[in-house]
Ligand binder design. Sequence first.
Ligand code: MN
Ligand code: MN
Length: 457
Amino acid sequence: MTGGKTIWENLKPDEEKKLESVSSGYIDFLCRAKTEAEAVDYFMEHLGQNGFQDLEKLEILKPGTKFYYNHIGRALAAGIVGKNGLNNGLYIIASHIDSPRLDLKPKPLYEDSETNTALLKTQYYGGVKKYQWVNIPLALHGRIFTKDGRVVKVNLGEEEDDPVLLIPDLLPHISKMQRDRKLFEGIEAEELNAVAGSRPGDYKEEKFKSHMLKLLKDRYNVEEEDFASAELALVPAGKARAGGFDSSLVIGYGHDDKASAYTSFKAFQDVGEPDDTVLVMFFDKEEIGSQGTSGSQSNFLEYVATMLLHKLTGQSDNYHLLSLLRRSNVISSDVDAAMDPSFKNAHDAHNAAKLGSGIVIAKYSGYGGKFEGSEAPGEFVAFVRKIFEKHNVPYQFGTLGKVDEGGGGTVAQDFARHGMNVVDAGAPVLGMHAPFEIASKADLYSCYKAYKAFMLH
Ligand code: MN
Ligand code: MN
């Protein structure tokens, strides 16, 4: 445990190289994977290049078999069968690959002829401070599903020549009425409308909107109604970068929870042939409560575990499934709050995680009196501490903030409900859920080491 010390102070030269390689790979991942579907595409590409096979199609599994299961391109599990098969249960690292953003509404496009504009209506996804999402360049990411079965991928606003969108805040000169609003109502949900066009086409009615529809038709071959079967989101445009004069940080969109997803995937790729069967899992929908077919409340875990049982042991009845889950160990890898230097009074300084001091073990989550959270049994926390120390992983303990200041949850409870050992552990982040967030390269490296240590234990 590092206490007040940071990882930087104990870093050996060869570790510095590894640290930089983990963070440069991570920066590339953040640039390429802003949505859950893009994250799955990224992982699938790497799994395909490294001999992983579709678990549903594999007939025989044996130690060393590398497999994946891709659930509708939005949630993913990848694993390696260990020498002990399922005897000691599974060692799972679970994260989420969705991040807060602004989704387009099913009927997003409208014309405001009084202002000579066409706009896109949005609905915020996840817990955002709405006022943070104005006046920043936004890129449009996602897919449009058409009735004739086409899937049109959209990624507009990331290339240098691409146009971007913006939700303008009211100018300060005439904001007297807005000034009287409370901070959180400074921008209201129905004011999150992105300016999408201002050039009238050659039309009699709704000329701005009609021009937009023509551009959509020309560019993507889609109709206005196709928005209703699309999954399109506005995300902060631009690349993730090194941060700070000393480049010790990574500043980018989506640390929550791409930091855990990437470092666990990277650790998984470097784990070799483990003794026990390991699994990395990436879920969607965590930011809105984990419901839905690609969220952790679905039976995704049970399906993967049942397939493994069936193909490894031939015994896949409910008793064997529950028994497998009960002897499995899970890290719910999700980011935690780093103590904010300008808002220290939101934290209990004695229990707050610090930037640069390593992966944060959060024994429990929840609100106020631990409501709606998940708490790890003490003996499992001790087991994880022991593994981290055996593998020289710098780590710290943390709670999210002052007890009655708020709170949060993770996917941990969806594992706990099966009687599984599960604890939360992830990188500390500053400015979580903002369009751009701060993480420390040292903490990302600590996460990588921690997740690899857990898989090897
Ligand atoms: Mn998270
Ligand atoms: Mn979150």
